[in-house]
Design a protein. Sequence first.
Length: 303
Amino acid sequence: MNAAPKLNDSQSTGQLAAMIRLARPHQWIKNALVLAALIFGQRLFVFHDVVLAVIAVVAFCALSSAGYVLNDIADRAADRLNPEKCDRPLARGDITVAAASRAAFSLAAIAAVLSIVLGGEFVGIALLYVALQFGYSLWAKHQVVIDVIAVAAGFVLRAFAGGVAIHVEVSPWLIFITFVLALFLVLARRRHELIALGDDAVAHRSALSQYSVRLVDQMISIVAGATLVSYMIYTASAEVEAKLGTRHLYLTAPFVAFGILRYLYLIDERNEGGDPASALLHDRPLMVAVALWVLTDVALLYF
């Protein structure tokens, strides 16, 4: 009986690189949202809570990557028709479906172990996230409006997970602002898809047949305004001042305003709304605004 052929060093390296790209590590920046409860719960310098929060971030990185892999398996045929997604490992044939399935299982197993370490409530949120990902891949992403709400709900679950991990009550303000901000980012992605794919948009995502650039622009205007106004109200709220011990949180509003307006500029003038994580990592003004916002929040809340 002949033994299975062994991969040479270059093939093994190529497979590893494909596996890494399949997990989309650049998207892990989205899971920084898990740390929001740590910062705004004023636990940033509590070592035990920092450790738990980091474990929660790693768990969601593994969980979200498992979701990306499963989504790529399901969408590999459609991705081959997309000029921006045809370079993904499964669409290119750099990795087999069987290997990708094993990677998804391994990532899910890591997330499961870490979730159990963080306790039953965190496990519950992780299971809700998994159910949401399956529901999105199998049904929601084909339904107009429901598709963007489903993705935004995933961000809300990240925010909840951060609070549950360190046993801090998550503010309704954090949930609402997270939700409308996520809607803004997802709608910007839909706009980018409509423009980039043109007549092929429907073949890639059936829900896109129900959208138009004009409609999405109207939706973006609504949720962008809601994000900025709700954040301003939050920072000026007497309730928040009493809870956080500072009445100067409104000083962070200019960074949020700049970030939203800069992103609107990127999606409208440069058509760069296809990948929020990539936009943040590659646009220096946006990156500086986010960094200054975080640093100012820390300074006001802790010093």
